[in-house]
Ligand binder design. Sequence first.
Ligand code: FO1
Length: 309
Amino acid sequence: MISLKRITLLAGGTGSVKLVRGFSKIDDVELTIISNVGDNIWLHGLYICPDLDTILYGLSGLLDTSKGWGVSNDTFDVLDQLNFFGQKTWFNLGDRDLALHLVRTNLLNSGISLTDIIANLSKILGIKEIIIPSSNQPIETYVETDQGDIHLQEYWVKHKAKLKVLDVKYKGADNALPSPGVIDSIQSADKVIICPGNPITSILPILAIKNIRSSLVNTSVPVIALSPILNKTPINGPAGLLMASLNIPVSSLGVAKLYSDFLNTFIAHTDDFDSSSEINNIGAKLINTDILMKSDFDEERLARLMLRL
Ligand code: FO1
């Protein structure tokens, strides 16, 4: 009899979905994905959950892989019409994508939890993996800028990361509880994987929720992280700008140190070994390999490497 390996992944959106997809192609693996909710935002009366949706779309084959978010071949007629009515349309919501936001918002308004809604949507989309929002309570990543506090999506999409950053806050995290299943999936996993998401906007908002970080510290199973940084430059998104603004070195070592209290193994790019001894000093082992995921093959190659460790 083949024994299933239980793998729990902490994931953001665009940077994480490739590794999540890589794991999903491997048989004999039971996957639980704990998704960031800090980038969720209310717009046009709808609750948008970008990281959760990227995982939903990524695992169901609907994802626009060229952008890394939204539905492939989507149209933007509703957005054009919203613009016509004078609404703010800086956040590009596609017509098919909007259907998901409508369904989710209606279900939320009828009192169903985000966890149950995502489980239901996963079923409809034919997804066999378990996707859990890190919390059912609202957590919002806010960027403190020289022009005031703004939501992460406003900083990144509306202002194109051009404002001076003073701090990043996870509003609501202090009072938020992990969703049902989150702690259990960490405690019962054979391995926990930290996806190569932006540490500031994707992974730290998950770790800021009560008991999640401590359950990673206390688990006896390996916790493995894949670097989101290639040659001192983040593979995508605003990670570099935000890390630099917070005086965190924009390097694999800088990321590894953010996870130092629970990290067992850190995977960085082939020639990114300058900081090997320093990564060892924080109690983790460094593995160097090609971390770029340019194809399905690469995604599965990295997932299989992590399984073997
Ligand atoms: N990213 C952009 O850069 N521009 C957009 O207009 C945009 C719209 C959007 C709509 C739905 C969705 O699920 C994601 C969307 N994203 C967009 C991506 C998103 O801003 C971030 O990449 C994630 O929140 C970071 O994980």
